[in-house]
Design a binder for this molecule. Structure first.
Ligand SMILES: [Zn+2]
Length: 268
């Protein structure tokens, strides 16, 4: 019986091999208030936002999800001022990947929750990757000037291998890494659902919610392409969380980020 249990354990661990999820520190936003995000001073004490990048290692390839703050912030000496705050970025994502022995050419797929400057900062460095792009996001980004979107950060992608998608998309074909269409914050905003063998499912929020207060109060930021569509997307994602039991990681949540181990540590 003892041997049978050992054998079963062996089969189980093999069957459970799945993706690995790496978290990278791709900057920090210091904010005087959250009013831009629709949160009054007395509704949250949060005044800092973590800026992440994530790498998903799947047996069929590597996916980089979100590109962090622009390289110029990492190269600046000291904090860089923005309206209502400042930004810092210690170590550019390309250099962090290099520390793990990876070059941009090793990254098979690149996808962005959306193309705001704090998510598309390194886009132009991954021109050899297959970029999985919501058609609506691309068309809007190059269609007209959009607040917090700097096309010079990602216009190199015009020469890259871009796969345009419309709606949800199964990245590796086995359901373990799913782009979930959740528009409203921007025209083609999306979130990412990753199924890990040991930790279960993790849903990376993009900017569907900037803070926990945005979720609990169902509050849409002031800079938002379509507030009504954002609320529909919140409903869609909340239903998905309820149905799957997935854990939501709010990407800009500094308290969450502080509790997570960064690459080269990974979650599986
Ligand atoms: Zn953001």
């Amino acid at each position: 019986m003892k041997y049978l249990a050992a054998l079963m354990f062996c089969f189980c661990t093999q069957a459970l091999a799945g993706p690995k999820l790496y978290v990278f520190d791709c900057g920090l936003l210091n904010l005087e208030s959250l009013e831009l995000f629709g949160i009054a001073p007395d509704e949250s004490s949060v005044r800092q936002m973590f800026v992440p990048c994530y790498l998903i290692e799947h047996e069929k390839g590597l996916l980089l999800w979100d590109g962090g703050l622009p390289r110029a912030v990492a190269e600046a000496e000291g904090p860089v001022s923005i309206d209502g705050g400042s930004m810092v970025y210690d170590h550019w994502i390309v250099d962090q990947l290099a520390d793990m022995g990876l070059t941009p050419g090793d990254i098979d797929y690149m996808a962005f929750s959306h193309l705001h400057f704090d998510h598309a900062g390194a886009a132009n460095s991954f021109l050899e990757s297959n970029v999985l792009m919501q058609k609506t996001e691309w068309d809007a980004a190059f269609g007209e000037e959009i607040e917090f979107m700097d096309t010079s950060l990602f216009d190199g992608l015009k020469k890259a291998d871009v796969t345009f998608i419309e709606g949800d998309h199964d990245v590796f074909g086995d359901g373990s890494v799913m782009l979930i269409y959740a528009p409203g914050h921007t025209a083609g905003h999306q979130v990412l659902l990753v199924t890990l063998a040991n930790m279960g499912q993790i849903l990376l929020s993009g900017d569907l919610y900037h803070t926990r207060a945005n979720r609990s109060l169902r509050r849409v930021p002031t800079f938002n392409v379509d507030p009504a569509q954002t609320l529909v997307s919140m409903n869609k994602v909340e239903a998905l969380l309820a149905a799957t039991g997935a854990t939501l990681w709010i990407e800009h949540d500094k308290a969450l980020a502080d509790s997570l181990e960064k690459a080269p540590h990974f979650y599986d």
